[in-house]
Design a protein around this ligand. Sequence first.
Ligand SMILES: [Zn+2]
Ligand SMILES: [Zn+2]
Length: 272
Amino acid sequence: MRVRVLGCHGGETPRHRTTCLLIDERITIDAGAVCRSLTIDEQVAIDHMLVSHSHMDHVKDLALLADQVIGRRQSPIVLHCGPETAETLRSSYFNNFLWPDFTRIPTVDKPVMRIAVREPLSRFHLPAPGAESAAVAPTTLADGEYEVRYVPVTHPVESMAMLIRGSTGSILYSSDTGPTTKLWEVANAVTDLRGMFVELSFPNHMQALADVVGHYTPQTLAAELKKINRRDEIPLFVYHLKPGFYEQTKRELDALNLKNMHLVELTDDFAF
Ligand SMILES: [Zn+2]
Ligand SMILES: [Zn+2]
């Protein structure tokens, strides 16, 4: 599984981009930096978008992407969202006021984007190109085929962490979250976990704010990691630092001396 980092920060400046990962050229995790990172042809190649939650730094490029690929694809791009995120996208985003309803344009039968509601703790199958999706993903996955599991985490809105299993193993993406439990229980039962992308947003002195808005600081991240079995063996990829406090947060992260940890950068391109 190839994971290309398009955005890995909790805000945007000329040197920082909001969260967006590209898996094997045709699946994105979130949509914080699709359009400024990919060529038109690369944008048109996206078939599935795993949308963790409705916050703007994770959904902002859905709007421009929909507009950009219209007339250039045979099938809708599928947005996989939890029920509350789906409702927010319908009522407050593709609502014909903030942006046209691209889930009904150009026609209801063949729209640019289609919303697929994914219940908390559900598993779903993303088929290889040209294949049919199955109700239950096979135990052994072919190249280009995936099983995704959404696990709700701790944030002011519904926020789904996700485990993505491909033919070469699984990766974890925490989504935006404060201290949480279920995700680590689920992760501890995954035997082929190759990497964990875990958020970190604010420095320690902003703990009170981080608690209110559902994010980690270095000290809460350190406590969370103790919940993970085999933590030192599984590579940890930290993302979502706020640009305004980047250097301080990075210093506090470095001081934790975490084994097998990498602070994600925009040029990163991983193979799992
Ligand atoms: Zn965020
Ligand atoms: Zn958020």
